[in-house]
Design a protein. Structure first.
Lengths: 198, 198
């Protein structure tokens, strides 16, 4: 299957059959991609960071790790990661409240609205906004538990992660539109990313 | 106000007025207390670990930190902590799936059901199960992001945390019934805890 686009600052969702592999490509190397997965048969079951961490016992998943739903069932298995391995499971999707908090006035694209927009294009309404799997996002932690929003430590243009679907699911992405903090690179220029389902 | 009991292995919820202080006491020193807070006027707004971490920039909150809702509004402010300061914001509430996973057959008390039970005693139904604030729970992290379920590093019987309500809210607790992993002490004996609202 050809590469599909997650447009800059916007969302995109797709259906994935059990056993298919979703490959998410960080085309330009510094773009965060917020990622969600929902059980296609029951959207109230979804990939959960807090349930997954209880089983992976890791802040950041790596190949071999299994992401679980809020009912602790496997939903996505990490197969491969050529992106440098820096991802985040700790931080909420940005939203209009976040940008107001950062001093932005008026509308600002945001990952929470992008989840709804991407799902709406499939005729779906997410029942809530789960904590996202923030691919390619760099939130370093210190020994005392202090966190920071940081640029990618070493951008890998074209780097990708490959995730196998463990059930019939809906995958949803947002190419994070954060342009105030340096999370999408020091230049603060959100761009598009790509994915493939095969 | 007198001390109220969170019964061993069970849940308990209460209404809290804006400005009141909720004091949670680790009576015996090794008991994890899963804690949730909901906007009393709209239960779909609740204390969110992933939104709070984006603002506190800490894995574990401490006095002065503000816990925020999924709409990024302040809901609880940490005033005091005499418990040793070890808490968790990373791990989901235990549930029946968790105990099945750990090899337990048949019914096992669990924090997810306890949230529903505690709220039901107030005539309320939580719309979902937010990631809990796990008071007195020790999930150490390593520089490479590895997590562990560990006993309290230094139990402080009678240690407490004091949290100020920043809106009219419903507070819900579960005295975690985990008796397979050593999270409630090496002896694996879940006990009661207490709280006060004043």
């Amino acid at each position: 299957m050809d590469l599909l686009t997650i447009p800059a600052r916007k969302g995109k969702a797709a259906f994935v059959a059990q056993g298919q592999v979703v490959t998410v490509v960080n085309t330009h190397g510094e773009q965060v991609v917020d990622t969600w997965a929902f059980n296609r048969a029951d959207l109230t079951e979804f990939m959960s960071m807090e349930h997954s961490r209880a089983h992976t016992l890791r802040l950041v998943p790596r190949p071999g790790d299994v992401m679980r739903t809020n009912r602790r069932r496997p939903i996505l298995t990490w197969l491969e990661d050529t992106s440098g391995g820096v991802h985040d499971t700790l931080i909420a999707a940005c939203d209009r409240h976040r940008y107001a908090f950062l001093g932005h006035e008026g509308h600002h694209d945001n990952c929470t609205d992008n989840l709804a927009q991407g799902m709406a294009e499939l005729g779906l309404v997410p029942p809530n906004v789960p904590s996202p799997l923030n691919l390619f996002m760099n939130i370093p932690w210190s020994p005392d538990g202090t966190l920071a929003f940081a640029s990618p430590p070493k951008p890998v243009p074209g780097g990708h992660v490959a995730l196998r679907a463990e059930m019939e699911l809906v995958i949803a992405f947002s190419a994070c539109p954060q342009d105030i903090l340096p999370i999408n690179g020091a230049a603060g220029r959100p761009v598009e990313a790509h994915f493939r389902i095969a």
